[in-house]
Design a protein around this ligand. Sequence first.
Ligand SMILES: C[S@@+](CC[C@H](N)C(=O)[O-])C[C@H]1O[C@@H](n2cnc3c(N)ncnc32)[C@H](O)[C@@H]1O
Length: 204
Amino acid sequence: MAHKFEAARFARLMSPERRRELPPDEILRQSGLTPGETLVDIGCGPGFLALPAARIVGPKGRVIGLDVASIMLTELRKNARTAGLANIRTVRISEAAPVFPAGADVYLIVNTFHEFDDPAAHLAAVRRAMAARSRLVIVDFLKKKTHFGPPLSGRIPLSRILPLLRSSGFDVARVFRASPDEYGVVARRRAENPPTTKISKSTY
Ligand SMILES: C[S@@+](CC[C@H](N)C(=O)[O-])C[C@H]1O[C@@H](n2cnc3c(N)ncnc32)[C@H](O)[C@@H]1O
């Protein structure tokens, strides 16, 4: 089973120290999120990304926070109320049978991919939900020693995630450094039937 963050430690996820180490605005900038768009935050926790994303998308946009832990969703709702953000919805999701809201502009998975027991099944479910314009952004830990984060054995390095994305039907658009200790990947759903050259009758 994959290494799991202890839900009772949710406060650590919102600490100013973490905000300095892993600036959420930079991740959201890399996602290309704009006002009016919809973002699905998979493994949202108490809202480290969902709250700033809700400010960016504004009243015409929407953020949907998904998590397996109800305590995280309760914290996110509390934090959204305190921040006066009315455009965040929360949904409890199942680890064993993930289904994601369809047609969002951005699907975000921050420090959560390494917690999936079946990463390929999660990628397949995200791909099914995505539209042609959707972007998938995954941020996770590099395989190097840090004073926080999952144990080295529980990390998924870029050398594993990039081939997994490609074999799961994604095109990798960009890789970026989210922090000194974390990578980011932006991917799009590969078209099911890539456009083929039109052959006119006279050709054959
Ligand atoms: C380390 S926390 C990161 C939270 C948030 N993305 C952030 O960066 O602050 C990982 C979160 O993923 C959630 N999680 C773990 N497995 C999940 C799954 N299969 N589907 C949705 N959420 C999951 C955990 O409950 C936890 O809230």
